[in-house]
Design a protein around this ligand. Structure first.
Ligand code: CDP
Length: 224
């Protein structure tokens, strides 16, 4: 039987890449919750939404945000269009933690994730998946890696030379986001008590994927 897999962890810990490959290996769908927070943030920045609660929430209520199946995952559409690489631009990344801390934003994303992932057969990655979104997921994984290694991976992903200085700056940006995400009142970044923690600092991507796939296959046979 197909199960629900929750993968959480701090910024650039490899959640999305890992979740996508695990989904492909198991024939599941990958739900990237960060992309939904990024889509709302992109719209708010691009359209210059007011930041007061009433004004912001009204604009959010009118936003057409949807998920469209694509391959083993989903594309996020804003007013029917995929914002593409703007979702991961430095401007969006700089604002995403602040926007994600708003209760109305969390409620909107939670609703979409529950609707798409509620029947199982999904690998969902984020910060609060094992704690808030799918607290009864059969498999929960919490991915961690040193800030420097996460910074190095993020720079390489963006085609930037990971010099000592660049790594130091990026690690500081990631750590600031982690501190904010862990300290917020609603759905903070936290390892669920029943999550398996994997430190990937010294692990290759395929090794991480294999570990999670074997854990998933063991749980699948247990629930069938
Ligand atoms: O890829 P990266 O780890 O940098 O970030 P992401 O997964 O795309 O998430 C971007 C931001 O969205 C995070 O820093 C959080 O502020 C927020 N987020 C969240 O609050 N809850 C989630 N389940 C997923 C993301």
């Amino acid at each position: 039987m197909k199960i629900t897999i929750a993968i959480d962890g701090p910024a650039a810990s490899g959640k999305s890449t890992t979740a996508a490959q695990v989904a492909r290996a198991l024939g599941y769908s990958h739900l990237n919750s960060g992309l939904l927070y990024r889509a709302i943030t992109w719209a708010a920045v691009e359209r210059d939404w007011p930041l007061d609660e009433e004004g912001f929430d009204r604009r959010l209520g009118n936003l057409d945000l949807s998920l469209e199946p694509a391959g083993f995952g989903f594309r996020v559409l804003v007013d029917g269009t995929d914002p593409g690489v703007s979702l991961v631009s430095p401007a969006t990344s700089a604002m995403v933690s602040e926007i994600s801390a708003r209760p109305a934003v969390r409620e909107r994303v939670l609703h979409l994730l529950e609707r798409e992932g509620g029947r199982g057969g999904v690998v969902c990655d984020g910060r609060d998946i094992g704690t808030v979104v799918f607290p009864t997921a059969e498999l929960k994984v919490f991915l961690v890696a040193s800030p420097e290694e996460r910074a190095r991976r993020r720079l390489l992903e963006q085609g930037i030379d990971p010099t000592t200085e660049a790594v130091r700056e990026e690690a500081a940006r990631l750590s600031a986001r982690d501190t904010f995400d862990s300290g917020r009142a609603v759905a903070p970044l936290r390892r669920a008590a029943d999550a398996i923690e994997l430190d990937t600092t010294e692990m290759g991507a395929s090794e991480v994927v294999q570990r999670i796939v074997s854990l998933a296959l063991a749980r699948e046979s247990r629930v069938s």
